[in-house]
Design a protein around this ligand. Structure first.
Ligand code: 4AD
Ligand code: MG
Length: 465
């Protein structure tokens, strides 16, 4: 083969210097043709679009061509020529074809288009080669980049919080333990309890459910920080919106109250959706056409309209007076279910909603307590089709109020001595929130199941790949 620098298909499809010699590499999507000429559709992941390779059968042996089947990987050197068909400017007239890897049609699972999403989950190692998952994973990248860009442009610092911790940030208890103890021969104390002093860290540890507590430490020194990392929840919820391992973005900002926090959340979400519309056009259009005909319209609508802001108490009143039938009863004090959240967003207000000031019993220990003694300065951002996409709050900055609340919840305040020190030394009002990255991905891709917006989902009874 001639040695020419490889061109990515995304670049190639922009070019108009017809006559140039091109090297292109990728995976064969289809090969079809007649006895004179074959057409190979090649994709290299750089774009959802394929480049067409035109193969003059007079120049190649049948043996050489017959292994070029769907899924095989090839390197083509050829001439960029103007395309006869519509849709794209150029195609490649093949001069040489090198076979990198074949894909036996009898066993390669991605033969035809139109596999179900359920089936594709079972072959998560190959599904990135489909148009759908290529589009989703490219968008995942662009959204990650946009998140860092947004905060960097605003002067926030990216803080790396630990994955292994000894604390329970949400007080929810649904944690995976991290241990090196021999589970077949667990060391015991004299009382028969597990002797964690023999464990790797000399104490019981778990995978983090949130980077918030350490994020607060950062905010109390750097002003504005954000985390963006994996978080783990061992809740046994098999729903289209829950993962056991998901990524979360958690800004935490000194001197913010809940209103600043809501402004940040709304601006951040709109920025990310606008970024997707501007930078992922082909992929979004594909997903719109294939899965969700209202996707582009919905994204544009959310960017263009103010979110509604109201209290939990007002929200519950609307739900109670709605006359709608819910699976779970709604009353003041109830933890809102996805059906309630979606009713407010989709049926009542018809736009994103930020609910604030929840009953303290259903929210985490760190939220700022309101004067009424009943509610806390929590906020949830609720989105169409998703329900809760963001959860956050202004934090309780008062040492006495915070420790009293923790004690009333039966928490051991000694293990969080370092967290409480922020309230002892130079405490300040501050606030923050957590955006579930995969919930955002559900929204911008229009996909219906969270297992389809992360490359290798972790859910109950599923840790393949
Ligand atoms: O509401 P959550 O539990 O809030 C926190 O963890 C806070 N520490 C955040 C903060 O204030 N810094 O989770 C935040 C978001 C949810 O709104 C949701 O989008 C997402 O994380 N989330 C999940 N996403 C996928 N699978 C799960 N099991 C999730 N649990 C929460
Ligand atoms: Mg929440």
């Amino acid at each position: 083969m001639e040695t020419i620098r490889r061109t990515k298909i995304s670049d190639l499809l922009q070019r108009e210097d017809f006559g140039a010699t091109i090297s292109v590499k990728g995976w064969v999507r289809t090969r079809r043709g007649n006895k004179n000429v074959n057409f190979i559709n090649l994709n290299d992941g750089s774009t959802i679009n394929n480049i067409q390779i035109v193969v003059d059968l007079a120049s190649f042996s049948e043996d050489h061509l017959k292994v070029i089947t769907t899924g095989s990987c090839i390197h083509v050197i050829g001439t960029l020529v103007e395309s006869q068909g519509q849709g794209q400017k150029g195609e490649i007239q093949a001069k040489e074809i090198e076979i990198y890897g074949t894909a036996d049609p009898a066993t390669y699972p991605l033969q035809k288009k139109g596999h179900s999403l359920e089936f594709l989950r079972e072959i998560a190692h190959l599904r990135p080669r489909t148009n759908t998952f290529g589009a989703i994973f490219r968008m995942r990248h662009h959204m990650s980049f946009a998140i860092h860009k947004y905060f960097n442009d605003k002067g926030f610092y990216y803080l790396h919080t630990p994955i292994i911790t000894a604390s329970d940030a949400e007080g929810a208890g649904a944690m995976f333990q991290a241990t090196t103890l021999n589970l077949n021969n667990i060391p015991r104390t004299e009382e028969g309890k597990i002797n964690y002093t023999e464990d790797f860290f000399g104490r019981q540890t778990n995978l983090t459910v949130s980077g918030q507590l350490e994020g607060e430490l950062g905010a109390m020194a750097l002003g504005g920080v954000y985390t963006f990392g994996p978080t783990f929840r061992a809740e046994n919820s098999n729903t289209p919106r829950h993962l056991a391992e998901f990524w979360m973005i958690e800004p935490e900002v000194a001197f913010y109250d809940i209103h600043d926090n809501m402004d940040l959340a709304e601006d951040f979400l709109k920025y990310l959706i606008r970024y997707a519309l501007d930078n992922c056009k082909d992929d979004i259009q594909f997903l719109n056409d294939m899965f969700d005909k209202e996707l582009v319209e919905r994204l544009n609508f959310v960017v263009a309209n103010d979110f509604v802001r109201l209290t939990y108490t007002e929200g519950v009143k609307i739900l109670e007076e709605s006359g709608a039938k819910f699976e779970f009863p709604v009353y003041w004090g109830a933890d809102l279910q996805s059906e309630h959240e979606r009713y407010l967003v989709e049926n009542h207000f018809k736009r994103p909603v930020i609910l604030t000031d929840y009953p303290k019993e259903i929210k985490s220990f760190y939220m700022k307590q309101n004067e009424d003694g009943k509610t806390v300065r929590g906020m949830d951002v609720l989105f169409p089709k998703i329900g809760e996409i963001i959860g956050g709050s202004e934090r309780e900055a008062d040492y006495d109020k915070l420790t009293k609340h923790m004690e009333s919840l039966g928490m051991d305040i000694n293990t969080l001595w370092w967290y409480l020190d922020t309230r002892r030394f130079g405490t300040a009002p501050h606030a923050g929130f957590g955006l579930g990255f995969e919930r955002l991905m559900l929204f911008v891709t229009g996909m219906a199941n969270i297992r389809d917006v992360i490359p290798f989902p972790r859910t109950p009874n599923n840790a393949e790949f």
